[in-house]
Design a protein. Structure first.
Length: 127
């Protein structure tokens, strides 16, 4: 279970083993929100201090206990790049039958049509 961002060309993760994940309906999920984790990453200098957590492409993986399947929900900027999806699946040790889908909840500033700020203007998300 976990959350992920694409910041520039770097994938940034925060994850939890399935056995330690929180219950959320029929699913097991990473207990931390993107917002809370982002604040910690900013304090450590891992991500830009002047950027909001939802400016960058991001996603989340959950495990559905009923269907026994993982679901990887991603921003469109990530899901269009199969190499990135493969890297995320590898890092999170997800099986090949993981359900990978775009999710409107995980939309970055670019996907929402907002003008990027700061370093974002210099970054190229098309690998």
């Amino acid at each position: 279970m976990g959350i992920v961002w694409l910041v520039g060309r770097r994938l940034i993760f925060d994850s939890t083993p399935v056995a330690e994940a929180e219950d959320y309906g029929d699913c097991k999920t990473h207990g931390r929100s993107h917002s809370d984790c982002w604040t910690e990453l900013q304090k450590r200098g891992t991500v830009p201090r002047d950027a909001e957590y939802d400016q960058y492409p991001r996603g989340r993986v959950v495990y559905n206990r009923r269907t026994r399947q993982f679901r990887l929900m991603l921003d469109g900027c990530i899901i269009r790049n199969t190499r990135l999806v493969s890297r995320i699946m590898g890092k999170l040790s997800l099986p090949k039958n993981t359900n990978v889908l775009a999710d409107s909840h995980y939309r970055c500033a670019r996907c929402m049509g907002k003008k990027p700020t700061g370093k974002e203007e210099e970054e190229d998300w098309d690998f």
